[in-house]
Design a binder for this molecule. Structure first.
Ligand code: PLP
Length: 477
């Protein structure tokens, strides 16, 4: 077969198109502010613009790049715009993108240590580096009985924690014998929806998830937790698991870990701490109080793919007792048997997660941490918090807007005093205008706006302009 008819892209072609792609991404980084932040397409518009069937003959990369510009870009919401303030961020950075490219280029499937030792061992070291970066309790380091693993998402981390807790509570019987519908789990009414999803998937049953009342700061009330646990025990149920928030999605609430931890220990509950976004703040020593009480936790997770300049997906999941996790998720078919595993000399991270296969995600952390250094990460995280706090001061000084919660770190919840309809109208107008992107939530039944500062390149002028635009929209709606 001649080169022309081999169909493959040659290394020389890859070199050429790879450079073009890097140029394209670099141009995008430079121009990202010129796009409407929230995609303005109608439902079905992108779908209708694509051919219904695959091409019979291969096409040149130039044609694909052209279509990216004309067909795909209109349907992109620009998460990497410094004017993106919605939800929680999913930021990225040059070093993370380069590492992602390297991971794809190496094309490693790291299910076992033996299927690429570097994939496992770099991950072990990165998880220990990150534990040091955040000053996490020693029990989460790989040198003891615990350790960390990269999951695709916080949702997967929570599900793994639920499964390990379920098995611990039932003496590792459910894996073998099926479900026991007496298990009961707890979280605050502000817990992320992924908790409920995990509880459903793990066969616990949504009815057996107790959403505990919160206080004025939207943090779980330990007194209500104790009451509910006692009530459940009196009903013959088995409390087994609790998820605590460190930075709830709606309001950035931080649950009182020291009190909750003590209750979980006394009651024999597995404590999982969900710090999906706020965890990153602990890179800065002055914000580490969010983790007070973490010593009590059985597991902990946060997402570098939210705020730590590491493009999606990358969740860091730590357990104090890795054996509980491995006993729950381990499988050993004959075709995976190998000398290193049999000797017990290595970690096989497939036993720490739900899928078998795994990507070389730790390269992203390796590149990001080495590029920024601890100092660089601290600088940018501090800056984001300062900018959010500056925004909160403007809101607090305003006659027409007020803060909906006490501002914490980089998430500010606020509202126009005129009621839900005007807040909805302000948000709709701003998002339709494309110059910035805000999202909302409901707190105590009231619609409030959320502004989260966490995109890699958000600077003072972006936050200042956001505030000016919000005020202007309030006068126009
Ligand atoms: N937990 C919290 C507090 C979150 O805010 C989120 C997402 O925003 C999640 C969990 C789920 O994250 P993931 O998309 O990584 O599953």
């Amino acid at each position: 077969m001649s080169e022309l008819t081999s169909y493959h892209m040659t290394p020389a072609e890859f070199r050429r198109y790879g450079r073009a792609m890097v140029d394209w991404i670099a141009d995008y980084m430079e121009q990202v502010e010129s796009y409407p932040v929230l995609s303005q397409v109608e439902p079905g518009q992108i779908l209708a613009s694509l051919p219904a069937s695959p091409p019979m003959q291969g096409e040149p990369v130039e044609a694909m790049l052209k279509d990216v510009e004309t067909l795909i870009m209109p349907g992109i919401t620009h998460w990497q715009s410094p004017n993106f303030f919605a939800f929680f961020p999913a930021n990225n950075s040059g070093p993370a993108i380069l590492a992602e490219m390297l991971s794809a280029g190496l094309g490693v499937q790291g299910m076992l240590w033996a299927t690429s030792p570097a994939c496992t061992e770099v991950e072990t070291v990165m998880m220990d580096w990150v534990a040091e970066l955040l000053d996490l309790p020693d029990k989460f380091r790989s040198s003891g009985p615990g350790g960390g693993v990269i999951q695709d998402s916080a949702s997967s981390a929570t599900l793994c924690a639920i499964l390990a807790a379920r098995e611990r509570a039932t003496n590792f019987q459910i894996n073998e014998r099926g479900l026991n519908n007496k298990l009961v789990a707890y979280a605050s009414s502000q817990a992320h929806s992924s908790i409920e999803k995990g509880i459903k998937i793990a066969g616990i049953g949504r009815e057996n998830l107790r959403l505990i009342e919160v206080d004025d700061h939207f943090a779980l009330r330990p007194d209500r937790l104790v009451e509910q646990i006692e009530q459940d025990r009196r009903a013959g149920l088995t409390p087994f698991f609790l998820v605590a928030n460190v930075g709830s999605t709606s309001a950035g609430a931080v649950d009182p870990l020291p009190e909750i931890g003590r209750i979980c220990r006394e009651q024999g509950l597995w404590l999982h701490v969900d710090a999906a976004m706020y965890g990153t703040a602990a890179v800065c020593p002055e914000f580490r109080s969010i983790h007070d009480g973490l010593d009590w936790a059985d597991s902990y997770a946060f997402n570098p793919h939210k705020w730590m300049f590491t493009n999606f997906d990358c969740n860091c999941f730590y357990v104090a007792d890795r054996q509980a996790l491995i006993n729950t998720l381990s499988i050993m078919p004959e075709y995976l048997r190998n000398a290193a595993t049999t000797a017990g000399a290595v970690f096989d991270y497939r036993d720490w997660q739900i899928p078998l296969g795994r990507r070389f995600r730790s390269l992203k952390l390796w590149f990001v941490i080495r590029h920024y250094g601890v100092e660089g990460l601290r600088y940018h995280i501090r800056r984001h918090v300062e900018l959010a706090q500056q925004f909160a001061e403007w809101v607090a000084a305003s006659d027409t807007f007020e803060l909906s919660t006490e501002p914490t770190l980089n998430l500010i919840c606020f509202h126009h005093i005129g009621g839900d309809a005007i807040n909805q109208a302000i948000m709709d107008q701003l998002n339709a205008g494309g110059e910035m992107y805000l999202s909302h939530t409901k707190l105590n039944g009231r619609l409030v706006l959320r502004l989260c500062v966490g995109q890699t390149h958000t600077e003072f002028q972006h936050v200042e302009r956001a505030w000016q635009r919000i005020q202007a929209a309030a006068t126009e709606v």
